[in-house]
Design a protein. Structure first.
Length: 222
């Protein structure tokens, strides 16, 4: 039996997510979160993979957080294996908002090093939220392999994720500060600066790191 046969009103709500109007899709997602229904979960997850509007995607995530995690988390974990980058990225984002620690085993090295920057950034943010106590060092070791990757936003995201793990990252940053690649060295030095002075800001930290690398004066304090 289809949803339409079970409840025409539910079908009407669900179809609102297919509207050409982003404002209609936004209102629909709000409705689905305000009045949670188990039948909405699959549609919400599926829409996250294709929704082009950032604000609507954010509302879809909020709507999913309003449903029981026993229904949402398995569907979201399944999305982490999708070939569609947005599906992986948005599923990771939603898992972090749910705080679904049971999803931790699904945050794999493959996701943390995903070729798509948006997926990788989402994986980094999610990993530092979900990492179990005692596994921070292992996570930091994987994240450190990404130092020097991408543009400013990607590097800033990685630095924030690393500094969220605390002092466990220091030995890794010191090793990376001796890397042959100047981009890796700069990123490691800037991240250490942010760990010591979170208020300095990434832009300031990276400019200082570039100066240090250019002058060949080292960078990480002993």
């Amino acid at each position: 039996m289809t949803i339409a046969e079970e409840d025409p009103d539910t079908t009407r709500v669900v179809r609102g997510l297919e509207s050409d109007s982003s404002s209609t899709r936004l209102r629909t997602a709000l409705t689905m979160g305000t009045a949670p229904d188990a039948r909405f979960v699959g549609t919400l997850v599926d829409r996250c993979a294709v929704e082009p509007d950032f604000h609507v995607r954010d509302m879809l995530t909020w709507a999913l957080t309003r449903h029981p995690s026993s229904l949402t988390v398995p569907r979201l974990v399944g999305e982490l294996r999708s070939e569609r980058a947005q599906a992986r990225s948005q599923a990771l984002h939603t898992l972090s908002k749910i705080g679904a620690r049971q999803a931790w085993p699904a945050i794999t090295r493959t996701l943390l090093t995903d070729a798509d920057d948006e997926v990788a950034r989402s994986a980094w943010r999610t990993a530092v939220v979900l990492v179990p106590e005692g596994e921070e060092a292992g996570l930091a070791a994987v994240l450190a392999t990404q130092l020097g990757r991408g543009g400013r936003e990607t590097r800033s995201s990685l630095s924030r994720a690393l500094t969220a793990l605390g002092e466990v990252i220091v030995p890794l940053l010191r090793a990376a500060a001796a890397d042959p690649g100047p981009g890796v060295r700069q990123h490691a030095i800037a991240t250490e600066r942010l760990l010591r002075d979170p208020d300095s800001g990434f832009e300031s930290a990276i400019e200082e790191a570039k100066r240090i690398v250019a002058l060949g004066t080292g960078g990480l304090e002993g």
